[in-house]
Design a protein around this ligand. Sequence first.
Ligand SMILES: *Cc1c(COP(=O)(O)O)cnc(C)c1O
Length: 428
Amino acid sequence: MRATLAAKQSEVPHDRNAMLELIARAITDKAAADQPAMKPVINATGVVLHTNLGRAILAEAAIEALELAARSTVNLDFDLARGTRGERDDLVEPELLELTGAEAATVVNNNAAAVLIALNTLAEGREVIVSRGELIEIGGAFRIPDVMAKSGARLHEVGTTNRTHREDYARAIGPDTALVLKVHPSNYRIVGFTSEVALDELVALGRERGVPVLEDLGSGALIDLTGYGLPREPIVAERVATGADLVTFSGDKLLGGPQAGLIVGRRELVDRIRTNPLKRALRCDKLTLAALSATLRVYLRSGEPAAELPTLRIFNRSVGEIRQAAGRARDILAERLGPEFTLEVVESEAEIGSGAMPVEKLESAALRITHPEKSPETIAAMFRRARIIGRITNDAFHLDMRTVEDPAALAVSFDDGANERRHQGDQK
Ligand SMILES: *Cc1c(COP(=O)(O)O)cnc(C)c1O
């Protein structure tokens, strides 16, 4: 400390203005250092479940539940009736069983962890059969072959990239086969001359040969979302009913809850996963379980979950409503940006995001913002300083309004950002 002060002293400028400038900067730096690194941002990217922006926004009920849990000690691993050690999965298992029709359920930190622990429990040192058309990579380094290697299971690839048949699986099953894995190709599509083996066929084959079938479903819709303007996506309960022995899916994708990995299926297999020592390393904390439980309860008690779950509500917004929001955003921002900028409401295409349904787009509206001298990147950086994250499409900066439910929030963010820019002398 003494050494730093000494060094700083040698840098002290002699003229008064420079000195004041230095003090002002020190104060701003101090204020910036006092701010938490995680800040609210406005997601105007048009990607509803944006992995880099924290995916799903929680329902009010989930926020309340997690606040309660944060403020208090809770019966996390504690059986209130018997006063003995309990099992935290019990806090969400009944809801998961009711919603999916499965015999048992367990929860870990995220779906990547769910796949890892399922493979490790059921197939360590043995073979897992996967179609070459399903050896996927999800953003952020989740790759089926790599997760498989880390789990200690051996990957046995069958078929080809575009076509895999029942016979390919049938031939591959041997004494060393522990599992057949089916992976929902969340973030890409194989089109053209293609063929995959449907889950019911794999289940029939697995039963015939005594090999369980695990399906990594990815986004995991709990209800039919076609009523919310979304394309048809497999529903967890259907996959369980079709006979998958285990199904894994994420808590913070289409489900609209906190980050979590859900594993549902046959009791005997789920029990084995629960007693794997990895479960201790991958388990969720009380905050996640509180939010997850409340989210699942929304599905169970609400006739209209989209009214409560922001993710579904955002999918459900009409283009007319979004266009109106874009109009309001234009008025709000035109006033703040001044006449040099051109702001136009344009048609746009939003996405579901986080790897779910990559091809299907959601009709949307955006605000296109241009300036005769500023590049789209410069405009994007300016908005980022106001914590508004847009996107650059066709060489122009856009704010997609599907994901901005309240245009007035843009004004607040922009004004806060402007204050900060003033303090920082627009140096960045
Ligand atoms: C998203 C996804 C994962 C990873 O899930 P996280 O919850 O992000 O860990 C794994 N498999 C599939 C098929 C996915 O879509």
